[in-house]
Ligand binder design. Structure first.
Ligand SMILES: Cc1cc2nc3c(=O)[nH]c(=O)nc-3n(C[C@H](O)[C@H](O)[C@H](O)COP(=O)(O)OP(=O)(O)OC[C@H]3O[C@@H](n4cnc5c(N)ncnc54)[C@H](O)[C@@H]3O)c2cc1C
Length: 316
């Protein structure tokens, strides 16, 4: 059997895409490794329109409920990780159907489809410093929501200067004795209002223009060494937890053999339609080369893609 559409990813983009595809009665398979996407770790989200405040967990649960409510004749759901997309095959039916793609999951299942919407978002960028690998999950962590409570009453550092870093710092202030934000440049990328609010807290310290060289500790993090980029001085900071929030890398590995990516491994799209450079494949949200990364933008991008996919399938 050949699907009209396979949607990969269960964040705001993929979930919105699935609801729209089902309502348009496209024969769709929705595959995701997890539900909810990146902001699932957020304690509170204040800009999901229609919800003045909602936790990341509740938002993820709502996405899942909304998608599952549309399961039926046109929409099927599968939990799993896509590991490969293969070249369009020139089938006998090709002239009538266009290209047919094959989508393979980690469990070895393979599905055939006329179109694909890639909505696989992005994951945390890892820190490259001496001992960072060794001390990951031993005081060096990428999730304040998950691990913050373990550092009750302790001194910790947050590495980064964007919204995610400030959000982590905000969460950690609830438990930790002090939170030092270490940023590699002079200017924070986080929203001015958030920066102002967090920096007012007397438990916050800030180190700017710092290049982290080493994570210290034997069995568990004991501190870090950074270079002050202005003075070139090497400085040791004693902390027992390090929370890294230095950006994202797109989840596009499985697609790179087939779909052109930019230098940052993001899928190149046409912003009018979400089309990739491969006819029959669309992409939406944080896995693409768009400038802004927000839940509503990702959902809207996917809706745009579904409109275009519907037109593509019905104007052949
Ligand atoms: C800590 C944090 C807080 C944030 N807070 C906010 C906020 O308050 N407001 C806001 O608007 N934005 C916020 N953002 C940004 C927002 O979360 C992202 O812009 C948005 O999640 C992007 O949605 P997406 O659907 O493109 O991708 P993602 O949310 O990354 O979802 C991708 C989905 O694809 C799945 N997936 C990945 N690879 C595969 C694969 N190979 N096979 C199958 N499934 C796969 C993942 O499991 C996931 O479900 C925050 C981000 C972070 C990191």
């Amino acid at each position: 059997m050949t699907y009209d559409l396979i949607i990969i990813g269960g964040g705001p983009a993929g979930s919105a895409g699935a609801v729209y595809a089902a309502r348009k009665k496209l024969k769709t398979l929705f595959v995701t490794s997890e539900w909810g996407g990146q902001s699932i770790v957020s304690e509170k989200i204040y800009n999901w329109i229609g919800s003045p405040s909602i936790s990341g967990q509740d938002l993820a649960e709502n996405f899942k409920k909304h998608v599952l409510a549309n399961v039926g004749e046109s929409l099927e759901v599968k939990e799993g990780k896509v590991v490969d997309l293969t070249e369009p095959k020139a089938l006998a039916l090709a002239s009538a159907l266009g290209s047919v793609f094959s989508v393979k999951t980690e469990s070895g299942e393979e599905f055939s489809t006329k179109t694909i919407l890639i909505a696989t978002g992005s994951s945390r960028k890892k820190i490259f410093a001496k001992n960072a690998d060794k001390l990951e999950h031993k005081g060096l962590t990428y999730c304040a929501t998950c691990d913050g409570p373990l550092f009750d009453g302790q001194d910790v550092a947050v590495v980064g200067g964007g919204n995610a870093a400030f959000e982590s710092a905000s969460q950690l202030l609830a438990y930790c004795q002090s939170v030092t934000i270490i940023h590699r440049s002079e200017i924070f990328k986080a929203d001015a209002v958030t920066v102002e609010r967090i920096l007012k807290n007397p438990k916050i310290k800030v180190i700017k223009n710092a290049n982290i060289l080493e994570i210290q500790g034997d069995k568990f993090v004991e501190g870090l060494v950074y270079e002050d980029k202005t003075t070139k001085e090497k400085v040791t900071l004693k902390v027992s937890g390090i929370f890294v929030e230095i950006g994202q890398i797109p989840n596009t590995d499985f697609a790179k053999g087939l779909v052109p990516l930019d230098e940052g491994c993001r899928i190149k799209i046409d912003a009018w339609s979400q089309k990739t450079e491969i006819p029959g494949i669309w992409a939406a949200g944080d896995c693409t080369n768009i400038l802004y990364h927000q839940n509503l933008i990702a959902a809207g991008d996917a809706v745009r893609a579904i409109e275009d996919i519907y037109l593509h399938l019905h104007t052949k």
